[in-house]
Design a protein around this ligand. Structure first.
Ligand SMILES: CC(C)(COP(=O)(O)OP(=O)(O)OC[C@H]1O[C@@H](n2cnc3c(N)ncnc32)[C@H](O)[C@@H]1OP(=O)(O)O)[C@@H](O)C(=O)NCCC(=O)NCCS
Length: 317
């Protein structure tokens, strides 16, 4: 068995097979067109690869995708060392081939390949099938809690400055502080826009409207959000709140934006620094995340993996 990069034709062949798993709400034709559209997005064009585990006769046994993302190592004296990390998505084995270790073999060969990349830091994935299968390939699970907030009527502009949709995501992202942890992932502006592209695809199916803002700021605090999945929810992609008061103001704006856009709730992925900011937030519930369990595998032996490594929703693939 060996690992190869898929050709464009092979990618479409895999799309036809994966439709039954990931095509909910869409016809096959719409799913194929969604995949094509997402692959032509600037982030995917520059940083996405599709990988195939092939048998000796060339037949495909399993597949997945990688998206390169930025990450940083904090040296003991302070300076940050930038590198590349790889978010892994769409791990798939056809039903007739399951249970023979092919997905595990794919993950092992892929990690060995990624380890040879010159600036490699870590691989990151979001398991929908629990931790066990990926733990076998060296992935460690991280906490996965969500905060759910109900929409509320009112002007989203109250107490915050809303970021208009045409605003530069890069400029907004630059306002956010890097996490304190010795190692962390950090999305690019194109990466965040790729999430919004998903929302642009799904909005017609959902009976809601696209939020008319990218997020909000107040004081030095910033939140970035969007419709980014096949659920009519406002997903918080990134949140840097400098105080409980500013966190409450930003999340209040998110709740009003969700109401204005006809979305059913606001969803925030909890990061280690959020707990003290959110504990007194009314109308918010903390729930164990259903699926999308973050798991990380170092791609170099000295990578310091703290259990408190933040994984915002903006890193999901
Ligand atoms: C998950 C998947 C890729 C595994 O492929 P595979 O080639 O059968 O994987 P392996 O043979 O290497 O490992 C199989 C293990 O995965 C586990 N697994 C598969 N589906 C699972 C699920 N839905 N929940 C929990 N575990 C699951 C099996 O129980 C088995 O575990 P065990 O060996 O400890 O009993 C395949 O079932 C699949 O394509 N599923 C649909 C798409 C999907 O959910 N992909 C994962 C997204 S994170």
């Amino acid at each position: 068995m060996h690992l190869v990069e898929a050709t464009d034709e092979q990618k479409v062949q895999r799309d036809v097979l994966t439709y039954s798993e990931w095509g909910k709400l869409l016809t096959l034709e719409e799913y194929l067109s969604r995949e094509q559209r997402l692959r032509t997005h600037p982030w995917a064009r520059s940083d996405m690869r599709t990988w195939l585990l092939c048998d000796t006769d060339g037949s495909v046994l399993a597949s997945c995708e990688t998206f390169r993302t930025h990450s940083f190592l904090r040296t003991p004296t302070g300076p940050l060392v930038p590198g590349d990390s790889f978010a892994i998505a769409s791990v798939f084995t056809e039903e007739r081939l399951r249970g023979r270790g092919y997905a595990t073999q794919l993950m092992d060969l892929l990690a060995a390949r990624l380890e040879r990349q010159p600036r490699a830091h870590a691989a990151l994935l979001f398991s929908d099938v629990g931790p066990r299968i990926y733990a076998r390939s060296g992935y460690q699970e991280l906490p996965a809690w969500n905060w759910h907030l109900s929409p509320i009527p009112g002007d989203p502009n109250e107490r915050v400055n809303l970021l208009p949709p045409e605003d530069d995501i890069g400029r907004a992202l630059e306002r956010l502080r890097y996490p304190d942890s010795p190692f962390f992932f950090w999305p690019t502006p194109a990466q965040l826009d790729w999430h919004l592209e998903r929302g642009r695809i799904y909005v017609e199916k959902l009976g809601c409207t696209l939020p008319s803002s990218l997020g909000a700021t107040t004081g030095a605090s910033t939140i970035l959000w969007g419709l980014a999945s096949r659920n009519a929810e406002l997903l918080v992609l990134m949140l840097d709140a400098r105080s409980p008061d500013e966190a409450h103001a930003l999340l209040g704006a998110a709740r009003r934006e969700a109401h204005r856009s006809g979305l059913s709730r606001v969803v925030l992925w909890e990061e280690p620094t959020h707990a003290p900011l959110l504990s007194s937030l009314e109308g918010a519930t903390r729930v164990a995340r259903d699926g999308s369990l973050p798991m990380v595998r170092p791609l170099r032996p000295d990578l310091p993996l703290a259990p408190l490594l933040p994984v915002p929703r903006g890193l999901w693939v």
